[in-house]
Write a protein that binds this ligand. Structure first.
Ligand SMILES: [Cu+2]
Length: 365
């Protein structure tokens, strides 16, 4: 058995030149991540966002340096220690075992690094999940197929479409779902929480910039999942928010507080606006209903001519197709052979919305 040469001898000038080049490349990579203004591409709209961005920059910079060294050395060594035509056909490379010094450092340095990353991450996570802000506002966001609704203290029922927040007022947000798993993601806040039926997840943040920001569902939740990027968070000055809050309180004064209850009594259909109904339809109904013949099903049947179809004189609940009966289905929902038609609260409809929708459906001959 031949004595192996000390492998260190192989670390010649070429190795040190390559090391110097990789060090320069790594430093360029690190500078790149600290010079890129992340907020320029994706603005920050809530308080933990700056900490999340700082953590991201740190992770990106250190991984870039690591990546450059790992890939650089792989390339360099595979060239420097390649088999040469002068080598014996059965020659093998230098065999290295049990270099305790090397093993010690390559275990210790990554371990310390991972611990450092954990400490930095847990610090931010603590603020988002656990720390209790003073003088905060407590809200709820509920995922539905395929939209979000929001509940505010002392506002009856659910608020559709937009989640209004006041600049600088800390928010404790409880999120959940009424049907399947959705996700509540506001990229500009750098925050995301799963909306799971039967479970309440809580996140905490402080709105930090006035503006309108997208909410996106990132959990595949059914055929219209892609539609769940239309709603927004609206961050307003405290004064504007208070105005909106009072107006919403007044507008919801007659709604019910319970999640899935419906307004009682017949809905007044006079003055329904077909144009407003058409807009609502594209937001709230077109996921399940085509504007086509009864047989053209998406989830529910096609609704063209629902009030005037000789081939289909009765509604799915067996009642005659009259505006009042269509309104009743919109109000109470209906569960039949075709599936489940959500009720008024689940669809996030006011009585006026129902009048507008019925006017629109009546206009589809
Ligand atoms: Cu969803």
């Amino acid at each position: 058995m031949v004595e192996q040469r000390d492998p260190a001898v192989k670390l010649d000038r070429g190795f040190w030149i390559v090391t110097a080049v990789l060090a320069v490349l790594s430093i360029c990579g690190i500078i790149f991540w600290y010079a890129v203004p992340l907020q320029h591409w994706l603005p920050e709209s809530a308080q933990p966002a700056d900490q999340v961005d700082a953590l991201f920059a740190f992770m990106a910079a250190t991984s870039t340096a690591l990546f450059v060294f790992v890939c650089g050395y792989i390339l360099y060594f595979s060239i420097a220690f390649r088999a040469r035509s002068t080598d014996a056909p059965d020659a093998i490379g230098v065999q290295i075992h049990d270099n305790h010094k090397l093993e010690f450092w390559w275990a210790l340095i990554p371990a310390l690094f991972v611990i450092l990353l954990s400490v930095l991450s847990v610090k931010i996570w603590w603020g988002i999940q656990i720390a209790q802000p003073n003088n905060g506002m407590v809200l709820e966001a509920i995922g539905h197929q395929w939209f979000y609704t929001f509940r505010y203290p002392n506002v009856k029922g659910e608020v559709p479409d937009e989640m209004h927040l006041a600049l600088g007022v800390p928010v404790t947000l409880h999120v959940t779902s009424s049907d399947v798993i959705h996700s509540f993601w506001v990229p500009t806040m750098r925050l995301k929480a799963d909306m799971v039926p039967g479970l309440i997840n809580t996140i905490r943040f402080t709105p930090s910039a006035v503006g309108t920001y997208k909410i996106i569902c990132t959990e595949f939740c059914g055929t219209q999942h892609g539609e769940m990027n239309k709603q927004t968070v609206v961050i307003q000055s405290k004064a504007d928010f208070d105005k909106w809050y009072q107006a919403t309180q007044a507008a919801h004064a007659n709604m019910s507080d319970a999640l899935a209850t419906v307004s009682t009594g017949a809905i007044n259909l006079a003055g329904g606006d077909a144009a407003a109904g058409q807009q609502l339809f594209s937001q709230k109904c077109s996921a399940c209903h085509a504007v086509g013949p009864f047989s053209q099903r998406i989830v529910g049947p096609g609704l063209k001519g629902v009030l005037d179809d000789p081939a289909h004189p009765n509604l799915v609940d067996g009642d005659k197709a009259t505006p009042a009966d269509v309104a009743k289905i919109l109000q109470n929902g209906f569960k039949g052979d075709l599936g489940v038609m959500p009720n008024q609260a689940q669809n996030g409809l006011s009585d006026k919305d129902i009048a507008n929708l019925v006017a629109y459906l009546a206009s589809l001959k």
